[in-house]
Design a protein around this ligand. Structure first.
Ligand code: FES
Length: 215
């Protein structure tokens, strides 16, 4: 593989926020970049660690103090932010509060699918077309119609699950299916070996039966 650091002298600090270490998207690829590109520093920030993996890195949501430690010269840099709308708004406010010149701040936004089905979670149950979805981490159980993406049904039920794009290509909504099966039509946000490990993208998976999901 090419040495990513030799051709381009650009000085980059890549800060990646994830809920847990196992939610870090493209972690092996990022580790490879960190190991081979001297001009690209990769820093992970995780909100939680156990029971998934002990975490010795930055822990919690990204804060201004953390950012100052990670990139003390951030006021003199260009900042590019990508992620869920709430995350990008948080970074925007953080930079603004720090006196950052927002002319040097850039955001990448994905388009979100507006929910199309009625906001009444009982509809699916009432019509007999729904499946029960149990989320083990949050302890919630919702109803989801067979033609509705799990993420959309969760949002209707008031569950705020991580997501970013609308096309199944970023991997942000990836989680583990603990039982039963889904119809998943993605656009590259998940690898075959992850699918073999029962990973799914909630954004573009529809239930084929009642499900138990690690989220
Ligand atoms: S939100 Fe982009 S693949 Fe799930």
């Amino acid at each position: 593989m090419p040495d990513l650091g030799e051709a381009d002298p650009t000085d980059v600090v890549f800060v990646h926020s994830a809920r847990t270490p196992r939610d870090i998207v493209f972690r092996p690829e990022l580790d490879f970049i960190a190991a081979t590109a001297p001009n690209i520093r990769v820093v992970h920030v995780c909100e939680e660690d156990r029971p998934y993996e002990p975490w010795g890195g930055y822990r919690d949501r990204l804060t201004l103090d953390m950012l100052r430690q990670i990139a003390p010269d951030f006021l003199d840099r260009e900042v590019f932010t990508c992620g869920p709308a709430g995350y990008m708004a948080g970074v925007r406010h953080m930079l603004s509060d720090a006196g950052f010149d927002m002319d040097h701040h850039h955001e990448e936004s994905f388009t979100f699918e507006p929910p199309t089905a009625p906001a009444d979670a009982s509809t699916a149950a009432a019509t007999g077309t729904g499946h029960k979805i149990e989320f083990t981490r949050s302890g919630h159980t919702i109803e989801c119609e067979a033609d509705t993406a799990i993420l959309a049904a969760a949002a209707r039920a008031g569950l705020n699950l991580p997501a970013s794009c609308a096309q199944g290509m970023c991997g942000t909504c990836k989680t583990t299916l603990l039982s039963d099966s889904v119809d998943m039509r993605h656009d590259g946000g998940i690898r075959p070996r992850e699918i073999a490990q029962n990973k799914i993208l909630l954004r573009c998976s529809r239930p084929l039966e009642d499900l138990v999901i690690d989220a």
